[in-house]
Design a protein around this ligand. Structure first.
Ligand SMILES: *Cc1c(COP(=O)(O)O)cnc(C)c1O
Length: 482
C-alpha cells in the first residue's frame, strides 16, 4: 500500500539518461572559485527512465482529478475541461511572448483579451470589462475597491456593504479586508434574500449590496430587481458574485437584473483545471456608470489595431502585474468560441438538469431543506445520521473509498451538517446514477454498520489526518541518514 519514495527505488549506478562527457570540465574549474564547486556527487536517485515515469504515474493516480472520477464539489464547478484548451495553450505564439513587448508585436494576445472582454460583456450584459484580477476573491476585492471609490469620487465616505447569510466566505472576507463593514441579513424560508430585511438595514450610507446568484444554496434569487431598486434609491451599488454563472449562461444576464459589477470565475465557468491552487482568473464587468473606474490598462481596439489604454479617468490603478493570468483567459476564449451561443445555453440547461435529477434521487435519504428554484447545485442536510453517531464528515470520507471526490461539506453555514453537491454539466446520467446509488448505500451503512464510516477512508494512501496540522507541517522530507 505505502508507496516507496523515489530515493528508496534508487539502485547504485543505474542510469536513466546518459549525457555526453563534459569537455570543459577543466575550464569550469578555472572559472568558478573552489568553494562554489561540489566535491561529492549530488544525492539524486539513480533510477531508469521507465521506473521514473512509473513512479510519477503511480503518484498522480493517488490523487483525485476530473479525468479519474466524479468530482461533485459544491460551488467549485469541477467540470471536465476539453483538451483542445491545453493544446492551444502551449503554442509558442502564446508561450514565447512577454507582456513588456511593444504592443504592435503582441496584437494576437491583445485580440484574445479584447474579444474575450466583448464576449463576456455580451454574456453578462455589462458595459465594459477588466480581466486583470486573478481569482474570484480578487475580483471581489477589485469590485469593492471600485464601490468605495465611486462614493469617494462623489465626496462621501461609505463603508457599509449588505450581504445575505448564505454568502460565500470570500464575500465578507474581501469586503472586510478593504475596510468595509459587513451587514449580514438573514435569508427567508425559501433560502432567498428577505426583501424586508434589506429595507430594515437600508440607509443613505450604504455603499452597496453583494449577492451570489444563484446563491450558495443553489437557489435562484428571484427578487434581484426589487433589491436593486432599493439599493439604487440610496445610490448604492449592486455587486454580483458570478462564480455560479454556469447556471444561467445564455438565459439570464446580471446586467439586465440591475447589477453594477459582476465577477467571473473564468476557471470555473469557462474551464481551466483548478482545485490544486493553480492559476485562476476573476475578471470583472461593470455597468455604464463605473466604466471610468476600471483597473488600467484597458485593452481597446481602434480600427484594426489593439492597444492598451492607461487613460482611464477614475481608475483604481493596477490590481495585478501586467494583464493577470493570460493563459487562463486563453482557455476561456477557446472554450467560448467552441461552444458558441447555442452551446452556452446547453451548458446552463445541463448544469440545472443534472443537479435537479441528482437531488430527486437523493432527497429520500438526504433531506434538502431548500428545494424551490434549485439551479446548478443543491445542499443536503446530514443531520439525521447523528442518531447513528455519524456525521457529514464521515459520509464524505466514506465516498473516497468508492472512488468519488467528496462534496463540499459544512457550507453554507445555514444548513446543518451540510453536503453541498454540484454535479456540473459535463456528467452523464450513468455517472449520476452511479453516484446516487453509492450515496444511498452509504446511508444504509450509516444505519447498519456506522463503524465502516467512522473508519473510512480505507482505500486511500493516508486515512484521517489532523487536517490543520497536515497542511501546516508537511511531512515530505526524505531522511537521508535513515
Ligand atoms: C469559488 C467561489 C468564490 C471565490 O473564487 P476564487 O477564485 O476561489 O477566489 C467566490 N464565490 C463563490 C460563490 C465561489 O463559488
Amino acid at each position: 500500500m505505502a508507496t516507496k519514495t523515489i530515493f528508496e527505488k534508487s539502485v547504485k549506478n543505474r542510469k536513466g539518461y546518459t549525457l555526453p562527457k563534459c569537455k570543459i570540465d577543466n575550464e569550469v574549474k578555472k572559472i568558478f572559485p573552489a568553494n562554489l564547486l561540489r566535491s561529492d556527487a549530488p544525492r539524486i536517485p539513480e533510477v531508469s527512465e521507465l521506473d521514473t515515469v512509473r513512479h510519477y504515474i503511480e503518484l498522480s493516480d493517488k490523487n483525485h482529478f476530473i479525468e479519474k472520477g466524479f468530482y461533485p464539489l459544491g460551488s467549485c464547478t469541477m467540470k471536465y475541461n476539453p483538451k483542445i484548451n491545453d493544446i492551444v495553450n502551449v503554442l509558442t505564439g502564446f508561450t514565447d511572448i512577454h507582456p513588456m513587448q511593444p504592443e504592435d508585436t503582441i496584437q494576437g494576445a491583445l485580440q484574445v483579451m479584447y474579444e474575450l472582454q466583448q464576449d463576456l460583456a455580451e454574456i453578462s450584459g455589462m458595459r465594459a470589462l477588466s480581466l486583470q484580477p486573478v481569482a474570484g476573491a480578487h475580483g471581489e476585492f477589485t469590485g469593492v475597491n471600485i464601490i468605495y471609490n465611486y462614493h469617494k469620487n462623489k465626496g462621501r465616505h461609505r463603508t457599509k456593504i449588505i450581504m445575505p447569510d448564505s454568502s460565500h466566505g470570500t464575500n465578507p472576507a474581501t469586503s472586510a479586508l478593504h475596510g468595509m463593514e459587513v451587514i449580514e441579513i438573514k435569508s427567508n424560508d425559501d433560502g432567498k434574500v428577505d426583501i424586508k430585511a434589506v429595507e430594515e438595514v437600508l440607509s443613505d450610507d450604504i455603499a452597496g449590496f453583494m449577492l451570489t446568484n444563484p446563491n450558495t444554496l443553489g437557489v435562484f434569487e428571484t427578487d434581484v430587481q426589487e433589491i436593486a431598486e432599493l439599493i439604487h434609491s440610496v445610490d448604492g451599488l449592486m455587486y454580483m458574485d458570478g462564480a455560479n454563472l454556469n447556471a444561467m449562461l445564455g438565459y439570464l444576464r446580471p446586467g439586465n437584473m440591475g447589477f453594477d459589477i459582476v465577477h467571473f470565475n473564468l476557471h470555473k465557468t469557462f474551464s481551466t483545471p483548478h482545485g490544486g491552487g493553480g492559476p485562476g482568473a476573476g475578471g470583472i464587468g461593470v455597468s455604464e456608470k463605473l466604466v471610468e473606474y476600471l483597473p488600467i490598462p484597458v485593452v481597446r481596439k481602434k480600427e484594426y489595431v489593439y492597444y492598451l489604454d492607461y487613460d482611464v479617468k477614475h481608475s483604481i490603478g493596477k490590481v495585478h502585474s501586467y494583464f493577470g493570468n493570460f493563459l487562463v483567459m486563453l482557455r476561456a476564449y477557446i472554450y467560448l468560441k467552441m461552444l458558441g451561443d447555442i452551446g452556452l445555453k446547453r451548458v446552463a440547461e445541463n448544469a440545472v438538469i443534472n443537479s435537479n435529477y441528482l437531488m430527486a434521487k437523493l432527497r429520500s435519504e438526504y433531506p434538502v431543506p431548500y428545494q424551490k428554484n434549485i439551479m446548478h447545485e443543491f445542499v443536503a442536510c446530514g443531520e439525521k445520521f447523528k442518531e447513528y453517531g455519524v456525521r457529514t464528515l464521515d459520509i464524505a470520507k466514506r465516498l473516497l473509498d468508492y472512488g468519488f471526490h467528496a462534496p463540499t461539506i459544512y457550507f453554507p453555514l445555514i444548513v446543518h451538517e451540510a453536503l453541498m453537491i454540484e454535479p456540473t454539466e459535463t456528467e452523464s446520467k450513468e455517472t449520476l446514477d452511479n453516484f446516487a446509488q453509492v450515496m444511498l448505500k452509504i446511508a444504509k451503512e450509516a444505519k447498519d454498520n456506522s463503524q465502516l464510516l467512522k473508519d473510512a477512508p480505507q482505500n486511500t494512501p493516508v486515512t484521517r489526518l489532523d487536517e490543520t496540522n497536515a497542511i501546516k507541517n508537511l511531512n515530505i522530507k526524505y531522511n537521508f541518514e535513515a
